[in-house]
Design a protein around this ligand. Structure first.
Ligand code: AVJ
Length: 335
């Protein structure tokens, strides 16, 4: 018989003295300064999409998910709703579910009644946000052991001993994998494979190639919410590196690049201007751009192939009726 108890919530804090936390310093640190400076000074200026998410940026992304043009969130949710039981069957009860970029933990929580994991391990860069969400969840699901990890997993990580070694299943919904180039995605997934162990698995959401007009509209919506989301990065950069970007001198540009099979987001200078920040400055000509995000789109086959390169064999795939989005369950290929 399963004994129900409410285990203490353990949190690995970026402040704690452990190797995980030390891999990535907090925003505003010297490493972040150097990273942003280098991007702004590159001949094709660029910034990492992670800087889209300050507190306003996270709210704007939530608003994006409600836009009629932005199909991924809603389409993925419809796939979970239709095939949750099937997914639970493929994965099996009693897994250790490791939720990458958990945020408010809502997507994973909706699967708990079917999936019945033994342990839930939400991972998110925003530790405080995560803590609140997990405390509430633990009340609703006292029989699931919960261990929250506050860390940036994007550049690789190791799991602490508090995460069960058996039956690890990485949960990576939302098509966030699209922010990596295909080569980076293979490296990232190989890292998951190494952490998963031979009996491990992966449940991942992937956005599929579709009609170009649908893709373009999803990243350049009529209300201008995605534009606000993109432009807000400038305010965040002003805060992080003491820059003097003026938001009204820039405009949002987003389009599907079919050669690279990706949406590109840029910020384009509307006039000749100079930006200054702590330790640097740069002139931008009118029309010159900062590349702020890529969102790669795959075919079902191209993603299955990518998973194979990373050491995962696809066991099941679920899609919506339009074939706009896929949720894939893959198992670690034994060494
Ligand atoms: C959070 C990376 C999945 O690429 O669709 C939404 C981010 N950018 N609109 C995506 C995003 C512009 C989103 N991901």
């Amino acid at each position: 018989m399963q004994v129900s108890r409410a285990p203490a919530i353990r949190v690995v804090s970026p402040l704690a003295n452990n190797t995980i936390a030390q891999q990535r310093p907090a925003h505003g640190s010297e490493a972040v300064m150097n990273e942003i400076s280098a991007g702004l000074l590159a001949s094709d200026a660029c910034t990492s999409p992670k800087f889209l998410y300050d507190s306003l940026g996270s709210k704007l992304f939530e608003a994006i998910c409600e836009l009629p043009e932005y199909y991924p969130t809603r389409t993925e949710a419809s796939i979970f709703a239709a095939y949750g039981a099937d997914m639970a069957h493929a994965i099996g009860e009693g897994s250790s579910l490791i939720d990458l970029g958990a945020g408010n933990c809502a997507k994973a929580a909706s699967l708990f009644p079917l999936l019945k994991p033994a342990q839930y391990v939400p991972v998110d860069i925003s530790r405080d946000f995560l803590l609140g969400a997990v405390a509430q969840l633990q009340q609703r699901f006292p029989q699931i052991e919960m261990t929250a990890l506050g860390l940036d997993f994007s550049s690789g990580f190791e799991l602490p001993d508090s995460v069960r070694a058996e039956r690890r299943v990485f949960f990576y919904p939302g098509s966030s994998i699209g922010n990596f180039s295909p080569e980076q995605a293979v490296t990232f997934l190989r890292g998951l494979r190494a952490n998963a162990g031979a009996d491990g698995g992966l449940l991942i959401g992937v956005d599929l190639i579709k009609d170009r007009a649908v893709l373009d509209a999803a990243y350049d919506d009529a209300l201008g919410v995605t534009g606000a989301f993109n432009l807000n990065m400038l305010r965040h950069l002003n805060h992080l590196i003491g820059a003097d970007f003026e938001v009204d001198q820039w405009q949002h540009v987003a389009f599907f690049n079919p050669e690279k099979s990706r949406i590109e987001m840029h910020l384009e200078a509307r006039c000749p201007l100079t930006v200054t920040w702590r330790g640097g400055e740069r002139d931008f000509a009118r029309g010159e751009r900062i590349h702020t995000e890529d969102s790669y789109k795959y075919t079902r086959q191209s993603f299955v192939t990518l998973l194979e390169k990373a050491g995962f064999a696809t066991s099941r795939m679920w899609t919506d009726k339009n074939n706009w989005f896929a949720v894939i369950h893959a198992r670690a290929i034994p060494d």
